[in-house]
Design a protein around this ligand. Structure first.
Ligand SMILES: [Zn+2]
Length: 77
């Protein structure tokens, strides 16, 4: 998978420019709809000034695809 560089320049809510990264604790992860029992952490980028979550993401989205689809995706890119 190609690495995509994503930058959050400014909080859309308060205009803050300082952020902290965190992830959902406990059972707050993402579970795949295609592959039961497969899940991954849900990470958040949070504005330090107002606490708004400006971005939510997973680090390995391919993990959530069915094994077969995941392999196809990797072969096509
Ligand atoms: Zn903010």
């Amino acid at each position: 998978m190609a690495k995509v560089k994503i930058r959050t320049l400014k909080c859309p809510y308060c205009g803050g420019t300082d952020f902290v990264k965190g992830y959902q604790a406990g059972h707050g992860g993402i579970v795949s709809a295609e592959r039961p029992l497969t899940g991954t952490w849900l990470y958040h980028t949070i504005c330090l000034s107002c606490g708004s979550v400006t971005r939510s993401y997973v680090t390995d989205p391919l993990k959530l695809l069915k094994k077969k689809n995941s392999d196809n995706y990797k072969n096509n890119t």
